[in-house]
Ligand binder design. Structure first.
Ligand SMILES: C[S@@+](CC[C@H](N)C(=O)[O-])C[C@H]1O[C@@H](n2cnc3c(N)ncnc32)[C@H](O)[C@@H]1O
Length: 268
């Protein structure tokens, strides 16, 4: 997969202050250089398993949820200990760790992914195999996947829905809506690849070989279709947030029409 190799970042990851604080306090590694070497060693093991750009480019140490406009609402709701959160397509589940770091109880969070190996790498990365109480469920989201309908208050889905084409996204978002408790303010939020030219783009590692990249208008259209199928009243919000994606500065992808889009879907 020659094209994908280019998404293996040769330089050290640029770590934000929050990531460094999490590695110092939560993981227990003090020195910046030691943190970087630890992250690179785990990245290389995971890259051998699967060439996701988010692995090659270190975005698994970016706390995606923190940059979202609804981050403070999510922190406040999770800190009550009364709400539940699903991290859909969690991979290493860094966002679950960042929520624990913010004071959310780990046993109120569930991570879901196709590949259990990524979750194992997450335990190695965050050194919390004995302390993290979150449940991890594995399966294909398009199949009977072991997640209970109507059981989550919040779903975080970062770099997940974008892995699929339009029809698959309608199916996946519909399924995610059904996993939420059917009540006001049940919420899906995340960020993913978008484009000022909303359309299907090739994706070498996605199930159909293509991905649909949204602009805010196409995202509204998707959510309207999901609202029609589920009979729920849904409010969609989305906006582009610049071209930097994960740990990668994807300048070259900007030329292909790449942007990052942040989104939320709220039950009203
Ligand atoms: C691009 S990664 C995003 C990881 C993480 N959420 C982040 O933002 O850094 C997408 C994740 O979705 C998982 N995934 C892909 N297709 C899936 C499917 N059909 N069902 C469940 N998980 C899937 C992959 O295994 C991978 O861990």
């Amino acid at each position: 997969m020659a094209g994908e190799r280019s998404k293996y970042y040769l330089e050290d990851p640029e770590l934000g202050e929050l990531t460094k604080e999490l590695f110092r306090q939560y993981v227990g590694i003090q020195g910046d250089e030691e943190i970087v070497q630890h992250i690179k060693a785990i990245r290389d093991k995971a890259w051998q398993l699967f060439n996701y750009p988010c692995i090659g480019g270190f975005s698994f140490v970016e706390m995606q949820i923190h940059g979202h406009p609804l981050a403070n609402e999510v922190f406040a709701r999770m800190k009550t200990g009364k709400e539940t959160l699903l991290d859909l397509g969690c991979c290493f589940a860094q966002d679950i760790r960042s929520l624990v770091f913010e004071g959310a109880p780990s046993d109120k969070m569930t991570g879901f992914d196709l590949r259990s190996d990524f979750v194992e790498f997450g335990y190695d990365l965050f050194r919390d195999r004995k302390t993290l109480k979150s449940e991890f469920v594995f399966g294909d989201f398009f199949e009977e996947c072991g997640l209970k309908v109507g059981s989550f208050d919040i779903i975080h889905a970062s770099a997940f829905f974008h892995l699929f084409n339009w029809e698959e996204q309608v199916e996946a978002v519909t399924k995610a809506i059904r996993l939420l408790k059917p009540k006001k303010d049940s919420l899906i939020l995340g960020r993913q690849a978008g484009s000022p030219t909303a359309d299907s783009y090739p994706h070498p590692t996605s199930r159909s070989g293509e991905m649909f990249r949204h602009d805010p208008e196409s995202f509204d259209k998707l959510v309207n279709e999901v609202a029609r199928r589920t009979g729920m009243q849904l409010k969609a919000e989305s906006a582009f947030v610049g071209h930097q994606y994960g740990g990668l500065k994807y300048k070259e992808l900007e030329r292909e029409g790449f942007r990052v889009i942040q989104f939320s879907i709220r039950m009203v």
